[in-house]
Design a protein around this ligand. Structure first.
Ligand code: MCN
Length: 785
């Protein structure tokens, strides 16, 4: 059993409650005496607040309190204080005081006996505004004459971060290059669309001076830490619980102003206060992702060997710095310049820019999809310019296999990789030669068929805490796990991470089961409650399995060692003579003399007959701070056909071959890759936030924001290679974001391949039918002119 359960595609144990309506989400929490909070939000992207008249609202039925920026003097911190970047951290008040800076900025909050009463009263709050010009584009917001969001942030520049090789050396490489390819890339803004909008419900216990907050968090311990500081509640008096969370995709990492206000108001009123986001509110105020304008270029020799890459990124921060925002277009983006290729020189300049838009932060992939996108665009251009096959240009530049460390030009040490083997498998799975031949036949028939090939690697499993400190992250990045086994050998596992759709209630039980032979059904994984679980930093950056999973494996091994010593004692054998298999500890060569883990758990708990010096009980705790990040990788191949008459792109084939080390549960890994691929293709083909010039969000509902749908996709063909991480106790790397990182550019390049014969080699995303059709029309009119 122990060997089989690791790597077995058992079904997710969390699903029955999720798909039968038995899950409990934050909005489901019902407490006696609850009050309801509704925000009055700015309808303008940039304006001075002249007056806030709350009289009518205060007099409305059921209203308990109306709060403005004058009443609540709280502000939200940014938790990624990027060093050496001249980072500006202007105040982010929980309720705007003198100015609003994006549509949705909260100006007042109404608390009433019912949600309906709070909504009605919120409409009675009269706010006087003096409109100011709005900036929505991160590049133009830095130009002379742009409207400035903060008096002390000239030209809206929040930070300027530069990393990588020496500037002069990079410049020289460009001077010496046979070929230089370049592109201006717009990484359009995206709206994370978790199926469950956010919610917060706070309950203050005045007798105990304690607060309980139920909220939709990917990292309740970070919420406790930050909200405790913001609202002024000691850590040990604040309990944060994230019951079931209906997806996050990064958007439930940040600690939001609304959550702080709900806590503050509950203490103020000494009653529970509840706020539940609507979908429209979610699109306005829950963080957005991406939003870069990038200028990137690559220098190469005539035979296609890349020599240097450099880029300048204008990254929108939105109106305020969200919790982790400065780290996304810098550490998680710039440090991946070079990707899986042996490029000796790389340099990134990233400029964070305030704009009159919703704050941005981590959205699935967070910085790495953008890095892979630009690497693969430049590789594609190089291949086209030199007349090489896209797969060959990549093969030529891939880092040769390495088992224990490769130093990248950006200063990272990739843990392990076998990129060429992975590329070969993907080409084989896709029958690449046949694909190209049938593409040629289709083209001969006048069809616009294109193929995209991406090789990528990425940084996840964040990460060593020492590095966190060095890069300005205001927290640690270690994890801890407690494994507690009862007298009847039932296991409670407490972890500090907070899965919200990824399936660790299943895979983490598989880790324990495979280490110590206890059936999965006897193991419960407890998470997302700061009073029941040990401190941890949370689920993001595909770190739950690489970091928290490592803590768990090591905690289980501690128990196994104790069980072995106890078995030796009970069997009257030397500890060195005890062997283990499938939940049984036995004397070498005499398997009939054994103790089961079940009996050992009982004997440890009873403590009637323990070896000298052994503590009673079967419980272990383990802290784990990883020595390095992990670096998964893979190859994705897509084939598309573009309908020249409608501009519609049809995805005909998609092959993803990823390597996340040994897979604990291939079914769950496949689900993660499929979800990620679909999400990434959403960016390539359909999704994109649209603001008008005055900063109004035009994609504020699910009717306007085009999400991918199941019938857009062919069967996704998945395969994998397996290159263990040398520093992880069970060798695993993360997989939660790989699909998103690779798929956007794979499909984008396929569409460009289809359109190349028309002279089209670049379009902004999303590659919507209207945009593609217009480009084809323009190209054709140019041809006929
Ligand atoms: N796994 C495995 N074998 C491996 C690696 C992972 O079986 N070698 C399993 C894990 O044990 C886990 C799953 O795959 O069940 C994903 O694990 P991991 O890569 O550790 O990623 P995290 O759990 O840390 O998830 C975070 C990642 C991120 S950053 C985003 S964003 C994201 C994602 O996961 N958001 C998601 N996947 C999501 N899936 C759902 N359903 N909902 C989200 O909000």
């Amino acid at each position: 059993m122990s060997t089989r359960i690791f790597g077995s595609g058992i079904r997710r144990r969390e699903d029955p409650r999720l798909i039968t309506g038995q899950a409990k989400f934050s909005a489901d929490i019902q407490l006696p005496e609850t009050t309801f909070l509704v925000f009055v939000r700015s309808p303008h992207a940039h304006a001075r607040i002249l007056s806030v008249d709350c009289e009518a609202a205060r007099a409305a039925p059921g209203v308990i309190r109306v709060l403005t920026g004058e009443d609540v003097q709280l502000s939200m911190p940014c938790a990624w204080l990027l060093p050496d970047s001249d980072l500006k951290t202007p105040e982010h008040p929980v309720l705007a005081k003198d100015r609003v800076r994006y549509v949705g900025d909260a100006v007042a909050a109404v608390i009433a006996e019912t949600e309906g009463q709070a909504q009605d009263a919120a409409e009675l709050v009269e706010v006087g505004y003096e409109l100011l010009p709005a900036e929505t584009n991160p590049e133009s917001a830095t130009t002379e004459g742009a409207s400035e969001l903060f008096d002390d942030v000239p030209k809206n520049v929040a930070f300027r971060w530069i990393a990588g090789s020496d500037e002069a050396l990079v410049e020289q490489a460009f001077q010496d290059a046979d070929v230089v390819v370049r592109e201006r890339i717009v990484q359009q803004r995206l709206q994370p669309t978790a199926i469950e909008p956010r919610a917060a419900i706070a309950q203050w216990n005045s007798a105990a001076q304690e607060m309980t907050l139920w909220c939709t968090s990917q990292n309740p311990h970070i919420h406790r830490h930050v909200l405790g500081l913001v609202v002024g509640i000691p850590d040990h008096k604040l309990r944060v619980i994230s019951t079931d969370v209906g997806g996050g995709f990064g958007s439930k990492i940040p600690v939001y102003a609304d959550e702080a206000l709900v806590c503050w108001a509950s203490r103020e009123l000494a009653r529970p206060v509840k706020w539940v986001e609507t979908r429209s509110e979610n699109y306005l105020v829950t963080i957005h992702g991406r939003d870069h304008v990038e200028y990137v270029e690559m220098a190469a020799t005539a035979d296609g060997t890349a020599q240097a890459i450099r880029g300048r990124v204008y990254a929108a921060m939105g109106a305020y710095l969200s919790t982790a925002a400065p780290g996304i277009p810098t550490i998680l983006h710039g440090l991946m310049y070079g990707g899986p290729y042996t490029i000796p020189l790389a340099r990134c300049e990233s400029i964070g820019v305030f704009t009159n838009t919703t704050p941005t932060d981590a959205y699935r992939g967070a910085g790495r999809p953008e890095a892979t996108f630009l690497m693969e665009r430049l590789m594609e251009r190089l291949a086209n310019q030199l007349g090489m096959d896209p797969s060959e240009i990549r093969r030529k530049n891939l880092i040769p296999p390495f088992q224990d460390g490769y130093s990248s030009a950006m200063g990272l040490t990739y843990d392990s990789g076998n990129y060429a083997e992975n590329l070969d498998l993907a080409l084989e799975k896709a029958a690449y030669g046949k694909m190209r031949a049938s593409q040629q036949r289709a083209r001969d028939e006048g069809k616009l068929v294109g193929i995209g090939v991406t090789t990528y690697n990425e940084i996840c499993g964040l990460g060593p805490s020492q590095v966190a400190g060095a890069i300005g992250f205001q927290g640690g990045l270690w994890e801890s796990a407690i494994v507690r086994i009862s007298a009847t050998c039932k296991v409670q596992v407490m972890i500090g991470t907070s899965p919200h759709g990824q399936g660790e209630e299943t895979t983490f039980a598989q880790i324990v089961a495979s280490e110590i032979g206890i059936p999965v059904d006897d193991i419960e994984i407890i998470h997302s409650d700061t009073d029941r679980t040990p401190m941890g930093w949370g689920t993001f950056g595909s770190r739950t399995t690489p970091v928290s999973g490592a803590a768990l494996a090591l905690a289980t091994r501690k128990i196994k060692e104790k069980a072995r010593l106890l078995a030796a004692h009970l069997l009257e054998a030397a500890a060195d003579d005890i062997e283990y298999e499938d939940g049984k500890f036995f004397v070498k060569g005499a398997p009939e003399h054994h103790q089961t883990i079940q009996n050992l758990a009982l004997m440890a708990t009873l403590a009637w007959n323990l070896p000298d010096g052994m503590d009673p009980g079967m419980e272990a705790s383990q802290f784990y701070d990883p020595p390095n990040f992990v670096f998964p990788f893979g190859t994705h191949i897509a084939q598309v056909e573009v309908d020249a008459e409608t501009g519609e792109v049809t995805l005909q084939k998609y092959v993803a071959v990823d390597d996340c080390g040994p897979q604990i549960n291939p079914l769950i890994v496949a689900g993660q890759v499929q979800g990620g691929v679909v999400q990434g293709i959403g960016q390539a083909l359909w999704e994109g936030t649209v603001y008008d010039d005055s900063g109004q969000l035009l994609t504020g509902t699910l009717l306007d924001y085009a999400m991918p749908r199941a019938d857009h996709f062919p069967y996704l063909e998945l395969a994998h290679t397996e290159t263990p991480s040398p520093h992880h106790p069970i060798g695993v790397k993360g997989v939660g974001e790989t699909g998103t990182i690779a798929s956007t550019v794979t499909v984008y390049n396929a569409v460009m391949d289809a359109l190349r014969s028309l002279g089209i080699d670049q379009l902004e995303m999303p590659l919507s039918p209207a945009r593609v059709w217009a480009a084809i029309e323009e190209a054709r009119s140019g041809e006929s002119a």
